[in-house]
Design a protein around this ligand. Structure first.
Ligand code: FA5
Length: 361
């Protein structure tokens, strides 16, 4: 082929490529996002057939050797110009396809921020934890410190140093889970009275509360559990009197139950206090008329208390002629029952969400 024929062949290829490119561009303009892949495949075919090794343009340029020295540069420049033109067309379309592809990705990853969020159920503070926190706050406000003991105690601290020697009949008041002859699951937080006083080494004032779990071989019923909480309180100083205990407990009852809740004090007995008392609260379940919860008495006992027995002060290293003290042990589950109107203590341990969710904020 001579130069003119080769030039004509190139122009023909150029024209065809342009035509096909035009078609691709038209299709792209109307393309849906899903057809990006298909267009990309067609563009690749276009590139292979017009710019690839076996393309007509390559075949024509291979015939350049048949031309004269003067003609070769002419054809060379036409081939190069055509190649550059086709490559530019290819790159332009490629660019547009990439943009469309990115758009497609964005569309598939778009977040609809107007959709309502998914609600994750929030837990709530357990009513026992909540009431313990409330009671602690009342006493912290009166300048008490919080101390904690262990659930496994020795017979010595749970009983003996509380004026309850081994054969004392009052031990029957608290049926005990023994681990060994000397070790037991504490039946009362009162064990912390002696431990605290020993730690203070005869110094005053002592003003602590000791919350914690205690265990008894009690038959479970509406107001009794074999595992429950107590909050012990202990104050030791010079000149502490029964009226201090009375005032403290009244303040506590008002803070927790409000001014209208009826509260009464009755004489009681504990070997580690003398005199001793108990505090009862009007049953909120029946309003005092008598029911299963208050065992028809109209009252529910929430705490035992009294003036620390001189023997206990002495066992713990204090001079009972110089200092005196009061102590109390209250049951937060009973307080929670009365305050929140819970009819059975066992409901507090069953973790039924219908009950617990009522304590969500
Ligand atoms: C005592 O445990 C004495 N340690 C309290 C005390 C401390 C008296 C300091 C004097 C000085 P009592 O066994 O009564 O006492 O228990 C005290 C409180 O714990 C009760 O008023 C009640 O609120 C709660 N309680 C007692 N037994 C149970 C039980 N089985 N289930 C739930 N709460 C109980």
């Amino acid at each position: 082929m001579d130069l003119a024929e080769l030039e004509a062949a190139i122009n023909k290829v150029r024209g065809l490529a342009k035509e096909q490119m035009q078609q691709l561009e038209d299709d792209l303009r109307q393309a849906k996002l899903e057809s990006v892949g298909e267009l990309r495949r067609r563009l690749d075919e276009w590139r292979v057939s017009h710019l690839g090794k076996k393309s007509q343009l390559q075949q024509v340029s291979r015939q350049m050797s048949d031309l004269s020295k003067e003609e070769r540069p002419k054809l060379g420049s036409l081939v190069n110009q055509t190649k550059a033109e086709l490559e530019a067309q290819h790159d332009r379309l490629e660019e547009r396809l990439s943009a469309l592809f990115r758009q497609q990705q964005f569309a598939s990853e778009t977040l609809d921020i107007t959709l309502p969020g998914r609600r994750h159920p929030l837990g709530s503070v357990h009513p026992i934890t909540r009431i313990i926190g409330e009671i602690e706050d009342v006493f912290l406000g009166m300048g008490y410190e919080i101390v904690e003991g262990t659930e496994i105690e020795t017979d010595e601290y749970n009983f003996e140093k509380l004026n309850l020697p081994k054969d004392h009949p009052a031990r029957d008041m608290q049926d005990t889970f023994y681990i060994t002859e000397e070790l037991l699951l504490r039946t009362q937080t009162s064990a912390m009275q002696v431990r605290t006083m020993e730690r203070m080494k005869g110094k005053v004032p002592v003003r602590v509360i000791a919350p914690g779990r205690v265990y008894r071989r009690d038959e479970d019923d509406a107001t009794h559990s074999h595992a429950f909480n107590q909050i012990e309180g202990l104050v030791v100083d010079e000149g502490i009197r029964m009226s201090d205990l009375k005032g403290t407990l009244e303040l506590f009852a008002r803070a927790i139950f409000g001014p209208d809740q009826e509260v009464r004090r009755l004489p009681s007995f504990f070997p580690f206090t003398e005199p001793s008392a108990e505090v009862d609260v009007r049953c909120t379940v029946c309003g005092g008329a008598g029911c299963r919860v208050c065992k028809e008495t109209g009252w529910i006992e929430i705490l035992g208390a009294g003036m620390v027995h001189p023997n206990v002060l002495e066992f713990a290293g204090y001079d009972s002629k110089k200092v005196s003290g009061f102590a109390f042990g209250l049951g937060p589950e009973r307080v929670a029952m009365l305050k929140y109107g819970i009819e059975d203590i066992r409901l507090l341990y069953q973790n039924d969400l219908r009950l617990l969710s009522q304590f969500a904020r």
